[in-house]
Design a protein around this ligand. Structure first.
Ligand code: GLN
Length: 196
């Protein structure tokens, strides 16, 4: 059976995620509606601006269907940067009307590394990968709390930057900009959507 991976395409860095998935030979669709969401076997929530994405999810009628696919269908999801914030169960320094999907027990502090000056790049040792992965952090959130069942796959200065919880993987950096498909492959493999 052919499997399709969606990339939430309401705002932000969705095109680069689609390109990485296609480079792995995965059928990929951009998701902007509840109908499109209903047809995917996994979903990427990209980086961008989590407050804007939250507002657009509500306006386009995708927020509740997405909650239901994550919680009722256990849809595998990969959230990067703003996507991590959306998937958290608590947002610190968010807007009062900003929604979170509570896909995993994790608190995310928006722009936790500071504002514009706090973008940086560093090589990461990631559990499951045999060589370092280049981490690109852009106004990244800081993960301030995780539940016991959350697995930390990479850290920077003792703080988690890549976490896994059941079929949910979240990164505070931008793996889609690294020119390296290994992290997407690992998530797809965890989800049983790719072999190896
Ligand atoms: N600071 C952004 C937010 O709060 C996230 C930045 C990013 O996705 N690169 O949504």
């Amino acid at each position: 059976m052919s499997r399709t991976v969606g990339v939430l395409a309401l705002q932000g860095a969705f095109a680069a995620h689609s390109a990485v998935l296609r480079s792995l030979g995965i059928d990929t669709v951009e998701v902007r509606t509840a109908e499109q969401l209903a047809c995917v076997d996994a979903l990427v929530l990209p980086g961008g601006e989590s407050t804007t994405m939250s507002m657009l999810l509500e306006r386009f009628g995708v927020l509740e269907p997405l909650r239901s696919r994550i919680h009722d269908d256990r849809l595998p999801v990969l959230g990067t940067c703003a996507g991590l914030i959306l998937l958290a169960d608590e947002i610190l320094d968010g807007r009062a009307d900003q929604h979170c999907l509570k896909a995993l027990p994790l608190s995310a502090r928006r722009n936790g590394y500071g504002r514009q000056l706090a973008s940086f790049e560093t090589d990461l040792d990631i559990i499951g990968l045999d060589a370092p992965f280049h981490g690109i952090f852009i106004r990244a959130p800081i993960v301030e709390r995780i539940g016991d069942a959350v697995e930390v796959l990479a850290e920077v200065d003792g703080q988690p930057v890549l976490c896994r919880y059941e079929g949910v993987t979240v990164a505070s950096f931008h793996p889609e900009l690294a020119g390296d498909a290994r992290l997407h492959r690992q998530w797809l493999s965890d989800a049983g959507l790719i072999t190896g």
